[in-house]
Design a protein around this ligand. Structure first.
Ligand SMILES: Cc1cc2nc3c(=O)[nH]c(=O)nc-3n(C[C@H](O)[C@H](O)[C@H](O)COP(=O)(O)OP(=O)(O)OC[C@H]3O[C@@H](n4cnc5c(N)ncnc54)[C@H](O)[C@@H]3O)c2cc1C
Ligand code: FES
Length: 271
């Protein structure tokens, strides 16, 4: 884990139209690229960084590593929340500004040696860590199918389509791709996949956990990345502790990636 002060290399245009069915609303989403070779070198898909936002934010904010490149840049893709102090601050950084952060943190996705065909299921902002996983596994020669579900069309995600990834989109308003929820499409791809990875809202995970038979997920292992409120991000405060079938676990240190079946979803009090 490295603590660094990175400089902002690039910022994406704000992407509007994202909606969340529960909880905080999103003003817009945005990418930011930071020069931090110390973190880029060590980063693994599914890991995250803690960003120290302005002085008003006492606690650092967790963000998944979205992309890394050979020049030592780390990109984040983040939602700017209504009344969100940290995400608002981050969205106002300009090229050349300094941003303090530490990472990479947590345990990311684990890919079995003999896995060739990977199914990635992203809901909304869940694309952030899964795109990093897609890029890294394509480099290793895996076949990647990415199911992306969103409320309304997200041009940024469509622009990410690099050669090799099979991208299937579902929108709740029917503006592009399948009209409905991305989990409706899961049964068509399960038999193809050697391994399944997911990142999205709690509602998507609860749906997957409750409808295992319907979604053809019975007997399948699904690695999910949990987005939960965190304070320290490094195992000190116990604020992110959850109940699992393997006992109490700290999401920041033992996760954020867990097996779908290990989480006691009824005991998890997050929306
Ligand atoms: C491992 C992990 C990876 C994440 N990756 C991403 C990502 O790639 N892109 C993205 O848009 N968001 C991501 N999040 C959620 C992101 O951390 C929150 O949206 C952000 O912290 C909100 O900060 P704020 O200051 O704008 O909101 P405020 O409400 O001002 O923050 C208040 C406090 O609550 C915490 N908090 C509030 N909402 C959340 C939440 N949903 N999840 C976690 N902590 C929260 C903050 O850390 C902070 O301590 C991730 C969360 C975790 C745990
Ligand atoms: S956030 Fe402090 S222990 Fe996990």
């Amino acid at each position: 884990m490295k603590q660094v002060v990175a400089s902002v290399i690039a910022k994406g245009e704000p992407i509007t139209g994202l909606v969340r069915p529960h909880g905080r609303s999103i003003r817009f989403s945005q990418t930011i690229r930071l020069k931090c070779p110390e973190i880029a070198r060590e980063a693994q898909p599914g890991q995250f960084v803690m960003v120290c936002c302005d002085d008003e934010c006492v606690l650092p904010r967790p963000f998944s590593i979205h992309r890394v490149n050979d020049q030592g840049d780390v990109s984040l893709y983040f939602a700017v929340l209504e009344d969100g102090k940290g995400t608002d601050w981050l969205s106002q950084r300009q090229v050349g500004d300094a941003v303090a952060l530490f990472g990479p943190l947590g345990n990311g996705f684990s890919i079995r040696q003999n896995s060739q065909k990977l199914l990635l299921v992203a809901g909304g902002m869940g694309i952030a860590p899964l795109y990093f996983l897609a890029e890294e596994t394509l480099k290793k020669g895996c076949s990647v199918t990415l199911l992306y579900g969103t409320a309304v069309r997200n041009w940024y995600v469509e622009s990410l389509l690099t050669s090799g990834i099979k991208l299937i989109i579902a929108t709740e308003d029917g503006s592009v791709g399948y009209h409905g929820m991305i989990t409706d499409l899961l049964p068509d791809y399960i038999d193809w996949a050697d391994q399944i990875f997911a990142c999205g809202p709690m509602a998507m995970y609860r749906d997957m956990a409750q409808k295992k038979r319907e979604l053809k997920l019975q007997g399948k292992s699904v690695q999910v990345s949990l987005e939960i409120v965190m304070a320290c991000g490094r195992g000190v405060c116990y604020g992110c502790t959850i109940k699992t079938r393997q006992g109490m676990k700290k999401v920041c240190q033992d996760g954020p990636v867990f097996d779908l079946d290990d989480i006691l979803w009824d005991e998890l009090n997050q929306s």
